[in-house]
Design a binder for this molecule. Structure first.
Ligand code: AMP
Length: 283
């Protein structure tokens, strides 16, 4: 049986577990997650192991990035299954604080990221989200003090916000974005896919198909707005409630009207039934 990782549950035991790594001059990579681990998370773990001698995986469902009407209460929690998967992946340290360890009584600080965090994408539909993400990720970065931190491009706007935050706060680490891991039919892996009914699951891959078609047509020189309009209609017709399908500058996430203005990222968010899915693709 694979060796169970050490599970640190408070900051002092985390520091105790990290001390020997630091004393030995070993590099450390952090993979932040909210648990319910899937192959996408495990791809980040494997890449982290290539980059650094030691890998810390954090599992923390962060209450401050959920609005009261969102799915914090029902978000999938599978701690023991996650630990078994991380043991198989040969992870030796898991950082799993409780909410009261992360946010003790009297906690009174919240980051307010701007720039990519105000692009009018996720932030428009989840106005509280990036403040919560930036705050918890800044805490994770200072708690673990890793040399590298790995994030998925699946959450593209989040990757841009976290990269900018680490730069703006002069945090001495490199944020690395990794490609989205997908099911065979193209659906991006997500812990929230567990919510999908069989019927919803069968339409869900349409989002990625639309992204691919739009990217190909834009690459062929068709006008961006026209291409996106067709894509939006297709998503509506399939029964999604579309939040957005947008073409943005891949780095700043500013609106972009033509390919000449820079590298383009297409980003989509839509609800199928009660489940909100997001995805994105480079052109
Ligand atoms: P989460 O547990 O959903 O907060 O995700 C933790 C990390 O895994 C984030 O950096 C996500 O972007 C990343 N991630 C989630 N889904 C995927 C996926 N399908 N492929 C690659 N990375 C992913």
């Amino acid at each position: 049986m694979a060796k169970r990782p050490t599970i640190a549950r408070n900051v002092s035991s985390l520091r105790r577990a990290l001390a020997p790594y630091r004393d030995a001059g070993q590099t450390i990579a952090l993979v932040p997650t909210m648990g319910a681990l899937h192959r996408g998370h495990l791809a980040l773990v494997r890449q982290a192991q290539r980059r650094a001698r030691r890998v810390v995986v954090s599992i923390f469902v962060n209450p401050t990035q959920f609005a009261p009407h969102e799915d914090f209460g029902s978000y999938p929690r599978r701690f023991e299954t996650d630990i078994a998967a991380l043991a198989d992946a040969k992870i030796d340290l898991v950082w799993a604080p409780s909410a009261s360890v992360m946010y003790p009584d009297g906690f009174a600080t919240r980051l307010a990221p701007e720039g990519a965090a105000k692009a009018g994408l996720e932030d428009k539909f989840r106005p509280h989200f990036f403040g919560g993400v930036a705050t918890v990720v800044a805490k994770l970065f200072t708690q673990v003090a890793p040399d590298f931190a790995l994030f998925g491009q699946k959450d593209y706007q989040q990757l841009r916000v976290v990269t900018q935050m680490a730069k703006d706060l002069d945090l001495p680490l490199k944020v690395i974005g990794m490609p989205t891991v997908r099911e065979k039919d193209g659906l991006a892996l997500s812990s929230r896919n567990l919510y999908l009914s069989a019927g919803e699951r069968s339409v869900a891959p349409l989002l990625y198909r639309v992204l691919k078609t739009c990217a190909a047509r834009i690459k062929n020189g068709e006008k961006i707005e026209g291409v996106l309009d067709v894509g939006r209609r297709e998503i509506d017709l399939a029964g999604f409630a579309l939040d957005y399908l947008e073409a943005r500058h891949a780095l700043t996430l500013a609106p972009i009207a033509s390919r000449r203005e820079g590298p383009i990222r297409l980003l989509v968010a839509a609800k199928i039934g009660t489940t909100r899915l997001i995805d994105n693709l480079g052109v």
